[in-house]
Design a protein around this ligand. Structure first.
Ligand SMILES: [Zn+2]
Length: 319
């Protein structure tokens, strides 16, 4: 049976009243069960592990079927509902920007990876898969969102899976030369388990390229608890540079390179992001109005000094 989409604000309201919201989940990296509350994000506790530095919300103790319901149509196309959900104003308008970003990252990874089978996890509407195909890769997509995965497959004709990484890893073990994901571990309730599936999906010597927001990056330190990666309830795990390394090494991957890469983003998405961070709630109507007059496809190239791209390799002799 198809479960209904859950709006973010609606979910947070019921979460604050739930018993689960008071339980401290174990740290996904070191198993510490006594992480103290670091701060409250829209009424949701953010814990900070004193042993490894990983930060996480209480949702890290949930199953992915809870979070799957966040990623319905309104997550990708928020313009009709409001500018305050921290969803995308219009994901569809980001096509060119996403394609450019993925090409920059594929180019970066291809110095280390054999060109061949490519899996993008969190492929959303499949723009990155299109870019990969243009660059000569054989792409497959995965996205937990039924809305996104269905529309990606329909629009591109590329194979897009949505069931679970566990199932995909059972069916396609050792098949991929390169696996990439951009801002994906942060959305996962159990990133260590999902990384084990990614490891199993990689061919021996295959490369994993992940890009995640980093709490002790320049932007993370500058903005503190107002950092733009603290988005409840969507973002669940928040990595420091060392905890990001640690979670990858723990599953047997060898770190090859770490870099802050340039990114391209639509002006309108940047306006919504900056407005949400800097302006009071009552200014949201003005942001909406401004977005209506800004050209949807105008984009900027910048380096946020916030998201770290890490390339890691599965040992060539691994099974
Ligand atoms: Zn820990």
């Amino acid at each position: 049976m198809k479960k209904p989409e859950t709006g973010a604000e609606e979910f947070l309201k019921s979460w604050r009243l739930s018993e689960e919201s008071k339980r401290v989940p174990p740290c996904q990296i070191c198993g510490n069960v006594n992480a103290p509350v670091y701060f409250s994000l829209k009424g949701m506790n953010v814990y900070r592990c004193g042993q490894c530095g990983l930060q996480f919300t209480g949702l890290s103790g949930s199953s992915s079927s809870v979070t799957r319901r966040f990623y319905g149509e309104t997550f990708f196309e928020a313009s009709s509902s409001a500018c305050d959900t921290r969803s995308y104003y219009s994901y569809a308008d980001r096509r060119k920007a996403v394609m450019k970003n993925v090409k920059i990252r594929l180019n970066h990874a291809s110095r280390k990876a054999r060109k061949g089978a490519y899996l993008e996890i969190g492929c959303a509407m499949g723009f990155g898969l299109e870019a990969a195909k243009q660059e000569g890769w054989e792409p497959v997509g995965f996205d937990i969102s039924r809305f996104a995965s269905t529309s990606a497959a329909k629009r591109t004709g590329i194979r897009v899976e949505s069931e679970s990484l566990k199932k995909l890893a059972e069916n396609s073990r050792g098949k991929f030369d390169l696996i990439a994901g951009f801002d994906i571990l942060t959305h996962m309730t159990q990133p260590t388990k999902d990384l084990e599936h990614m490891y199993n999906l990689l061919a021996p010597g295959g490369v994993l390229l992940l890009e995640e927001g980093i709490t002790d990056s320049f932007a993370g330190r500058l903005m503190g608890k107002r950092w733009f990666h603290y988005i409840a309830p969507f973002h669940i795990h928040f990595f420091s540079r060392s905890s990001f390394r640690k979670i990858l090494e723990n599953v047997g991957l060898e770190i090859l390179e770490e870099s802050y890469l340039q990114r391209v983003e639509n002006l309108r998405e940047l306006v919504v992001l900056a407005g949400g961070l800097l302006l009071p709630k009552r200014a949201k109507g003005a942001i909406s109005q401004l977005c209506k007059v800004l050209p949807g496809k105008l984009s900027l190239r910048y380096n946020s000094m916030s998201n770290l791209a890490v390339t890691a390799r599965k040992p060539p002799r691994a099974g």
